[in-house]
Design a protein around this ligand. Structure first.
Ligand code: ADE
Ligand code: ZN
Length: 350
């Protein structure tokens, strides 16, 4: 139905959203005003002096199909703006407000459980302490559960374009906060940074009881090999999930491998329209789904995607793939099944 009542009402689990990808123009403006800091859309950009200027600058970063031929330039622009966006976060209150803003949004769409990415290296490198960051997140998670009925866990992503030593240092530094951390991930620019480079820290994390996932984006030069490593090699037997990995649809062998290994895949349709040149987006997603792979639908970086949150991604994939309501239920169940929530929490959702 045009009112989207069904898609709205269905209880949801979100498994692929970067908290730093939810910093809207309004939040940027609010935090910089509060902290008395300067606001830019990219490092070398001019200082922005009103909410309207921030909104206009964010608008230019939004998906534009006419620019899609040049997806490399788009990705570069995205990362530049994405990392500059971190700059507005200074205090525990900022981290709390950012996470709460996401949870409140999620609650309006009937999201019941989320696993949220964050990039600690993008904060410690600016002199933010672990306690400022983690206590802001922890308090938001607690209040979201109590007041909004949204449960959550955090996934610590390493920036793959930084060194493996930095990843190991951050892994150790995060251990005092492991009560809210469910898993370890890997993101940022994938060019020449294959999954196996990070085998040591991922093996360590698995031994310590964390779940494992990694981005396998189209932005890599060797995407099929990256997906193969992620699905079957890293940390002895491959990861628990793969983030994106859409290029697996081109290789029946990879589809078979992902099925055999029972690896869940987090799919973010708006993100592919935003960054990528896919003309066959619907058919590719459908191919993974029809093969029986447990794909889930997620929002990735909603503040950079025309404010498209999980609900809009579900509506988009329905349109692109010709899915019906039964398929939407299967996708929602896939998210529950491939989540790292405790069994009792899973049983309560769908
Ligand atoms: N970090 C945030 N969004 C990302 C994306 N789309 N790809 C890789 N790393 C990211
Ligand atoms: Zn992502």
């Amino acid at each position: 139905a045009a009112d989207h009542k069904f898609e709205l009402a269905i209880p949801k689990v979100e498994l692929h959203v970067h908290i730093e990808g939810t910093i809207t123009a309004e939040l940027r403006w609010k935090f910089t005003q509060r902290n008395g800091t300067k606001l830019r859309i990219a490092k070398n950009g001019p200082e922005l002096k009103s909410l309207e200027e921030v909104q206009a600058a964010m608008d230019l970063l939004r998906p534009d199909p006419s620019r899609m031929e040049n997806n490399k330039a788009e990705t570069f622009q995205f990362f530049e703006a994405y990392f500059e966006g971190f700059e507005c976060l200074k205090t525990k209150e900022d981290y709390f407000d950012l996470a709460m803003h996401y949870f409140e949004h999620a609650a309006t769409m009937n999201v019941r459980y989320v696993e949220i990415f964050w990039d600690p290296q993008g904060h410690t490198s600016r002199g933010i302490s672990w306690s400022v960051m983690m206590e802001g997140f922890r308090e938001a998670s607690k209040q979201a559960e109590e007041k909004l009925n949204v449960k959550s866990g955090w996934i610590m992503c390493f920036l793959r374009d930084l060194s493996t030593e930095s990843a190991k240092e951050h892994y150790k530094a995060a251990l005092p906060y492991r009560d809210i951390i469910v898993g370890i991930g890997l993101d940022s620019n994938e060019l020449d940074r294959p999954p196996m480079l990070f085998d040591e820290v991922f093996s360590l994390a698995r031994r310590d009881g964390f779940k494992l996932t990694m981005h396998c984006d189209v932005g890599s030069n060797n995407t099929h090999e990256h997906i193969r490593q992620a699905a079957s090699v890293v940390a002895g037997k491959g990861l628990d999930r793969i983030d994106h990995g859409l290029n697996a649809a081109e290789e029946q062998g990879l589809i078979n491998l992902i099925m055999e290994q029972d690896v869940g895949m987090t799919i973010c349709p708006w993100s592919y329209l935003r960054h990528e040149t896919y003309t066959e987006l619907g058919p590719r997603i459908r191919r993974l789904y029809d093969a029986g792979i447990k794909i889930s639908i997620n929002s990735d970086d909603p503040a950079y995607m025309e404010d498209c949150w999980i609900l809009h991604n579900i509506l988009l994939v329905k349109y692109l793939c010709g899915f019906d309501d039964k398929d939407v239920v299967v996708l929602a169940r896939n998210a529950v099944k491939t989540s790292w929530a405790q069994q009792a929490v899973k049983e309560n959702i769908l």
